[in-house]
Design a protein around this ligand. Structure first.
Ligand SMILES: [Zn+2]
Length: 143
C-alpha cells in the first residue's frame, strides 16, 4: 500500500485550481508538495510560520477528489544581524517546559550592544490555528 502510485493533486489556499502533481507514491507526493510550498514568498517577521497544502486523490469513480492528508512546511525567520562583525555569541538561558511536549529554550547574544534573544520551542502551538506545530519554532526578540 505504501508504495502504490496514484495521481495526486494539491490544493493551495490562495490558488483557485488544483495543481496536478502526477503519478507518485505518497512519499513522492509529499516531497513534491513541500518543494512547491517552499517556492513561495513568505513574510515571517521575526518568528516561524507554517504553511499548509492539502494533498488529494481522485475518488474511485474519478468524479471527485478525496483528501489524503495535509502537508506542512515550516518557514523560519532569518536571523537578524549582530552589531558585532564577528556575529552573534549565543549563551543559553534557562529552558522551561510549557506543558505537553513543548520546551522553550531561550538564548541571548552576549555581544556588547546586541541585545538579541533567540527563543526556540520544540513543539509550540501554532498561533494561526492553535494546533500543535509539526516542527520546532524560532523567534527573535530585541531586549
Ligand atoms: Zn549579536
Amino acid at each position: 500500500m505504501g508504495n502504490a502510485r496514484h495521481v495526486y493533486f494539491v490544493r493551495f489556499e490562495d490558488l483557485p485550481d488544483l495543481l496536478r502533481i502526477g503519478r507518485r507514491t505518497i512519499e513522492g507526493a509529499r516531497k513534491r508538495v513541500r518543494k512547491e510550498l517552499l517556492r513561495g514568498d513568505y513574510v515571517t517577521d521575526d518568528r516561524t510560520i507554517w504553511i499548509d497544502a492539502d494533498l488529494l486523490r481522485r475518488s474511485a469513480d474519478q468524479r471527485s477528489y478525496v483528501d489524503v492528508e495535509t502537508v506542512t512546511v515550516a518557514i523560519h525567520p532569518e536571523e537578524p544581524a549582530c552589531v558585532s562583525c564577528t556575529g552573534h555569541d549565543w549563551h543559553d538561558e534557562i529552558a522551561h517546559s510549557t506543558g505537553g511536549n513543548n520546551v522553550v529554550c531561550p538564548s541571548r547574544c552576549v555581544r556588547e550592544g546586541c541585545n538579541l534573544r533567540k527563543i526556540e520551542e520544540t513543539r509550540p502551538s501554532r498561533p494561526d490555528n492553535g494546533q500543535p506545530a509539526p516542527t520546532h519554532a524560532i523567534r527573535y526578540e530585541r531586549l
